[in-house]
Design a protein around this ligand. Structure first.
Ligand code: PRT
Ligand code: ZN
Length: 282
């Protein structure tokens, strides 16, 4: 099984990290373009992100990790298997801060600079707008300032690049994150390996959303405290060395975390410990 990852850039670290969290170790000291996992039947090809969908479509790589933005822009025939929760950004329209932008009609007969001509044209068509697209491979954000364009269509994450170039985000065309893609014609053997890998990805992803929680609770409040932290089936309850108290172990979802903690304290819970979870299999 061959997996294509970004050679260097924003997705490199997290892509290698997620493989590691799935128990897949790469060899040290191999060349920078090809590596082989030590403990999983997998070769790793390191490529420019823009090339990954093509390699996967052609079957030179069986699977790959790449931003959704690249998949939709290159519109290659690959299967989108799993969102991976990192590399989050959005493809947006931005215009000079002093412009008045009501809707996409603002862009009529304007010049728009972008590295995403396909997705931009699709957006313009959907909004019945005619505009001049200037395809640029980098530093798109400087084009309005130097008089090359009236608007841009570029990736945004924190928004600070737009801000420091005097631009404002006016429209989101696409939300994106890193995803696992696959060739549509995998052999049965490779499909099994992919299923194994997806199972591991899901366990890692799920674990990141949950915390392990331990606390001491007065026995007369056990019912209400158990209802606050039901966990996967029910909390584990163990007697403490002193009468009238128990120790509870459970898992809580990150989104509910602070509300739950407040409820626990109000009901007399003490010594609350919270720990990250590495893997979670339901
Ligand atoms: O060499 P190679 O072709 O492989 O890399 P690349 O230079 O084309 O891509 P790279 O490493 O910059 O980005 C890889 C992927 O990371 C992208 O395809 C996206 O899926 C994802 N990603 C997430 C981002 C951003 N966030 C991001 N903020 N890609 C680029 N940016 C750039 C954006 O283009 C703009 O210049 O960051 C700037 C804006 O960032 P903020 O934080 O100031 O808003
Ligand atoms: Zn690229």
């Amino acid at each position: 099984m061959k997996i294509a990852l970004q050679k260097s850039g924003r997705l490199y670290d997290d892509s290698v990290k997620i493989l590691k969290e799935c128990g897949i170790e790469l060899q040290n000291g191999m060349n920078k373009l090809l590596n082989e996992a030590i403990n999983f039947p997998m070769q790793i090809l390191f490529l420019r992100d823009d090339d990954i969908p093509q390699y996967v479509e052609d079957g030179v790589a069986d699977i790959g990790i790449v931003g959704e933005n690249i998949i939709h822009e290159t519109h290659k025939n690959v299967a989108l298997i799993e969102k991976l929760g990192f590399g989050k950004c959005r493809l947006s329209i931005a215009v000079p801060r002093n412009e008045h932008y009501d809707d996409a009609n603002f862009l009529n007969n304007k010049r728009i600079a972008t590295s995403y001509p396909y997705l931009l044209q699709k957006f313009l068509n959907e909004n019945s707008v005619t505009a001049e697209i200037h395809e640029i491979s980098g530093s798109v954000e400087i084009t309005p300032g130097v008089g090359l364009a009236d608007a841009i269509c570029d990736l945004v994450s924190s928004g600070s690049t737009l801000f420091s170039n005097g631009l404002k985000e006016t429209e989101v065309i696409l939300n994106s994150e890193a995803v696992l893609i696959s060739n549509k014609d995998l052999s049965a053997e490779k499909q099994l390996l992919l299923n194994k890998l997806v199972f591991r990805f899901q366990a890692v992803k799920k674990a990141k959303k949950y915390k392990y929680i331990l606390l001491n609770a007065p026995d007369n409040k056990l019912d209400i405290i158990c209802s606050l932290i039901p966990g996967m089936k029910s909390p584990t309850i163990l007697p403490l060395g002193i009468d009238g108290w128990s120790s509870l172990h459970s898992v809580v979802h990150e989104d509910d975390f602070w509300n739950i903690i407040e409820g626990l304290k109000e009901n007399g819970a003490e010594g609350i410990l919270v720990a990250p979870i590495e893997k979670m299999v339901l």
